[in-house]
Design a protein around this ligand. Structure first.
Ligand code: CA
Length: 236
């Protein structure tokens, strides 16, 4: 591993924090900082400016997700969540909020080292990519892929993870029909095949947020028997 890296661990379980620190130093990370609360973690983040953050989800004074959101306001640093929860929903939430990966406890030191190396490789790669395509524009909509933020005529629209997934897919293919199958593959997962109701519920709530008149949609259209389409002017 590249030696010249600083890593911040935000974790209230001292044993885990200590183990991680030992592993990372052994792997050749030059500096490892530890914080045991969300507040301390954020403070340390701003003073130390680490190259990567390992972030526990359940902290005594708040949730790791909140820390992640706050970091994302100013930084694209790789963030790896540490958690004892394994549910898929948590995973999705973590990644959507801006985390880059997820490690479930208990973990092996080798796994942690491997994941961190992978993040550093990706971070270098992303620096190049970001300059090329940070924002998708389609008509009145703009989607910032890095911040995971949708705006309509400059106003931010708050979206839930699944809505975000649907919108991202539609925005990448404006004025094209997206089949339900494609929606399942990209957003819901194959286990949801056939549960059209789930898709409809999300489409409806998305319309509530993006349409001027949700009962008479102008943007997010249903194409009977085929799927959905985002209609925009000037979409590329
Ligand atoms: Ca904890």
């Amino acid at each position: 591993m590249s030696l010249n890296k600083k890593i911040l661990i935000v974790e209230d379980e001292v044993d885990i924090s200590r183990l991680l620190k030992t592993v990372l130093l052994k792997e050749g990370v030059s500096e490892v900082f530890t914080a045991a609360t969300a507040a301390e973690g954020l403070d340390l983040f701003h003073t130390v400016k680490p190259d990567l953050v390992l972030l526990d989800i359940m902290l005594p004074d708040g949730e790791g997700y909140e820390v992640c959101k706050s970091i994302r306001e100013t930084s694209h640093v790789p963030i790896l969540f540490l958690s004892a929860k394994t549910e898929e929903v948590d995973k999705l939430l973590g990644i959507t909020i801006g985390g880059d990966d997820y490690i479930t406890k208990p973990f092996s030191p080798k796994e942690v080292a491997y994941r961190i190396k992978a993040q550093f490789r990706r971070a270098n790669y992303q620096l190049i990519e970001e300059k090329v395509k940070p924002v998708i524009k389609a008509g009145s909509f703009e989607f910032d892929e890095q911040r995971l933020e949708l705006t309509k005529n400059g106003h931010v629209i708050e979206l839930k993870p699944k809505e975000l997934g649907i919108m991202m897919l539609l925005l990448k293919h404006p004025n094209q029909i997206i089949s339900k199958e494609k929606l399942y593959d990209h957003v819901f997962g194959k286990e949801f095949y056939g549960s059209d109701n789930t898709v409809m519920v999300h489409i409806r709530s998305l319309r509530e947020k993006i349409e001027d008149d949700p009962s008479n949609p102008q943007y997010l259209l249903t194409v009977k028997g085929l799927g959905y389409k985002l209609t925009v002017k000037g979409g590329s």
